[in-house]
Design a protein around this ligand. Structure first.
Ligand code: AMP
Ligand code: MG
Length: 418
């Protein structure tokens, strides 16, 4: 388990931007070092532990890209069509070693190895056969056409997949094409999670009149799962500071991150704050992000602690931007910037300069076929419906002070956040 120093999250400024925040996290958290071998398919979503160097070229041999006729490049008809006897038939999967003599053509199919001597393939749709069964090739084809040279995709010895890659289906395909059956991935990071607040009870328990069912923990656990974390669910911790402190010091040595939501607002008479402070170190980061401020960052026995705000929307947004960065850093994953799509705003909005705001919004198809983005009509950070009924977040930068209909705004679809 990585050991953080107590002052790991120390930050001098009164308010920090989202970019400053993520830069601090990415630079101060070290990736887990342990790795394991998993079968090819088991690597989906896992973080590649080391570079994969191609042990063979892709494609492994030069082959035809089409069904057609292979000929010598010197034989290509220049101005008028030419007739070639068809000598040989090469199907995909046939052993190599066939050759074509000058002045001859070979029938060839997609994926079949190119016969020696031939370097160009005519598509069957572009030729005709004469009565004698010879093939008539028109002029105008470029030498080398319709051939896939060995190694054109990946030459042997090239890094095909880089360490830190979160394996996607296409990455698994590449590893398979290189003949691999097992992949070395970093071990999953272990995250302990709990909710807090006297007003919070777990679904399934008896709910008092002034209580609500815990939604954050389930949202956050689903997000953690999508990021490939191993989760220890500590439930709702409300009783007392001592019990929370005991739980924290017990789980800290076995986890890479402890994630909490609620109960970390400044000024609140909170158990979490005093609990973390009694067994570790806690700092409040005033991140210039809305919704979401403040976020508590701590270190407990060398393990990172992140306390997210309790309001579900603030929890969601700070998880996606702050906790996600920490998780990628701990997991050894390349930090992937969240890349917005730029769409036309169909709403107006005013905001304060100096902080970044995420506005819940939906995409709507305009009559002219383009997409525009519509703001959710209400703004409360407690409205789960605002997350459920929208498609993503409009990201308004620190310098932006207003949006008018017709402005182009960056839009992060929920699907791209995790
Ligand atoms: P806090 O950050 O503790 O001040 O909480 C802010 C708001 O979020 C309060 O209205 C809480 O009731 C609510 N809240 C806190 N934790 C949760 C949770 N786990 N699930 C749903 N709402 C929560
Ligand atoms: Mg509270």
């Amino acid at each position: 388990m990585a050991q953080l120093s107590d002052d790991c999250f120390a930050f001098g400024g009164p308010m920090q931007t989202v970019d400053e925040t993520t830069a601090i996290i990415a630079s101060r958290l070290d990736a887990v070092t342990e790795s394991e071998l998993v079968p090819l398919l088991g690597a989906d979503g896992r973080i590649l532990a080391r570079d994969i160097v191609a042990p063979l070229p892709l494609p492994p041999f030069t082959n035809s890209a089409v069904d057609g006729y292979a000929v010598h490049g010197e034989d290509l008809p220049q101005t008028v069509e030419k007739v070639f006897p068809v000598a040989g038939r090469i199907q995909a999967g046939m052993a190599r070693g066939l050759s074509v003599a000058p002045g001859q053509a070979a029938r060839i199919f997609t994926g079949a190895p190119m016969p020696d001597g031939a370097d160009t393939v005519y598509m069957q749709e572009d030729v005709r056969l004469d009565d004698a069964g010879r093939v008539v090739l028109p002029p105008g084809l470029k030498r080398g056409a319709n051939v896939r040279p060995a190694g054109e995709d990946i030459p042997v010895g090239k890094v095909g997949l880089q360490a830190g890659q979160a394996m996607r289906p296409q990455d698994i395909a590449l590893a398979a094409a290189l003949g691999m059956t097992q992949i070395e991935v970093r071990r999953k990071i272990r995250v302990a999670i709990f909710s807090t607040g006297d007003e919070i009870v777990a679904p399934g328990s008896v709910r008092g009149a002034a209580q609500l069912f815990d939604s954050n923990r389930f949202m956050l656990m689903a997000m953690l799962t999508r990021l490939g974390c191993e989760i220890t669910d500590l439930g709702v911790l409300t009783d007392d500071s001592r019990r929370i402190a005991d739980a924290l010091s017990e789980v800290a040595p076995k986890h890479d991150l402890i994630l909490a939501s609620g109960g970390v607002s400044t000024g609140e008479a909170d158990y979490v704050k005093s609990a973390v402070e009694s067994v570790g170190k806690l700092v409040f980061w005033r991140v210039a992000i809305k919704p979401g401020r403040p976020v508590a960052m701590g270190v407990i026995g060398g393990t990172a602690f992140i306390g997210l705000p309790g309001n579900p929307v603030a929890s969601f947004v700070t998880f996606a931007h702050i906790a996600r960065t920490a998780i990628l850093a701990l997991a050894g994953a390349r930090q992937q910037p969240l890349v917005p799509a730029f769409v036309r705003a169909a709403f107006s909005y005013k905001k304060k300069e100096g902080r970044r705001e995420y506005v819940r919004a939906s995409l709507r198809r305009h009559e002219n076929g383009s997409y525009e983005v519509v703001k959710f009509p209400r703004e409360g950070a407690g409205l789960l419906s605002s997350l459920v009924e929208t498609d993503g977040l409009v990201e308004l930068g620190e310098k932006t002070t207003r949006v008018e209909p017709g402005h182009t705004v960056p839009f992060l679809a929920y699907a791209s956040l995790l």
